[in-house]
Design a protein around this ligand. Structure first.
Ligand code: AMP
Ligand code: MG
Length: 310
């Protein structure tokens, strides 16, 4: 993708003033602010209507920058070398002299950090002398944004600037792994746990259950399009959209296909935009046909599961 340097310059100017800018990433769009500024971080919570006890992920350009704020360990270095930049977030211990705003972590002594791969945002991060706190650029508990129009739909003119980077190539949030002690997945995401386990060469537990999760952001209802969702359905009801993993011979007006051929990566990429499209089409609810629970299909099912707790 061609990088427009003037746009990046504009985004930097706004961020330098502790204002918020929406940024593209390969997972979903982020609502970014200077992570060292209380003012910028408070603004993020306000714009998203996000509960203050749901901490933010901080985005860095590289590992050297991160060293100013966090204590690194061997597991981190291994995963960083294998997967970064990419769709993985690490929970690490904060350094005592870190400048990260207390609003980012809700006063906790841990920090969730990520190195996004999107070339536009990488270029921007390289030009900044601070990291970016950036949760997903959507209203709290709703469907994430995967292109600039989604961000505009949610926030209108309330956001000063949206840095356009096209459609997010993965379309689902990052995998969060807590590396403070024994490695533990806190949220399924764009990177498969088996790949993390392979690199670390040790057991990685998965604690993705919202009732027992230590990550306060794993609230029960999340990723919701704002209408009820029924899972593993074979037949739809009246005024209900039908979400299917692959194209069928029989096509009806209420059928929405996530992929042409049942490809799970393509389905992941299309999930949030399809949920938004259905909501706009005035259906009263969504029925979802069973989606294979393997690979990134597990993350798709996790998101639909949470979205169904309406
Ligand atoms: P999002 O709003 O999509 O960016 O999601 C951010 C996720 O990261 C939420 O589920 C947070 O609870 C989680 N998170 C952020 N900081 C921490 C942290 N220090 N420890 C554990 N989870 C965190
Ligand atoms: Mg989010």
């Amino acid at each position: 993708m061609k990088i427009n340097l003037a746009n990046i310059k504009k985004a930097k100017k706004i961020l330098d003033k502790s204002e918020c800018v929406a940024i593209p990433t390969e997972t979903v769009y982020g609502l970014a602010g200077k992570a060292y500024s209380d003012k910028a971080c408070l603004k993020i919570f306000k714009l998203k209507k996000r509960p203050k006890n749901n901490p933010l992920i901080v985005h860095y350009h590289n590992c050297k920058d991160l060293e100013k704020d966090c204590i690194l360990n061997n597991d981190f270095i291994r995963l960083y070398k294998s997967f970064c930049p990419g769709p993985i977030t690490f929970v690490l211990n904060l350094k005592r002299n870190s400048k990260i705003s207390k609003f980012v972590t809700n006063n906790m002594k841990t920090l969730a950090v990520r190195f996004p791969k999107h070339p536009v945002t990488r270029n921007l991060l390289k030009k900044l002398n601070y990291p970016l706190a950036a949760p997903s650029a959507n209203l709290s508990s709703k469907v994430s944004a995967v292109n600039s129009n989604d961000v505009r739909d949610d926030f209108g003119k309330k956001i000063k600037y949206i840095l356009n980077g096209g459609k997010s190539s993965i379309g689902l949030e990052s995998t969060i792994v807590d590396l403070r002690n024994k490695p533990k997945i806190l949220r399924l995401g764009g990177l498969e746990p088996s790949l993390i386990q392979k690199i670390l060469n040790k057991k990685v537990s998965i604690n993705n259950n919202p009732l027992t999760i230590s990550s306060p952001g794993q609230f029960k209802l999340h990723y919701s399009p704002g209408i009820p969702i029924r899972l593993n359905v074979k037949k739809t009801k009246k005024n209900e959209a039908f979400l299917l993993i692959n194209k069928k011979k029989e096509i009806k007006s209420n059928y929405y296909f996530l992929s042409k051929s049942g490809n799970l990566k393509e389905a992941a990429r299309n999930l949030y935009s399809t949920l938004r499209k259905i909501k706009k089409s005035k259906y009263k609810s969504i029925a979802v046909k069973k989606i294979p629970n393997r690979g990134i299909g597990k993350t798709i099912n996790d998101r639909l599961n949470r979205a169904s707790k309406f």
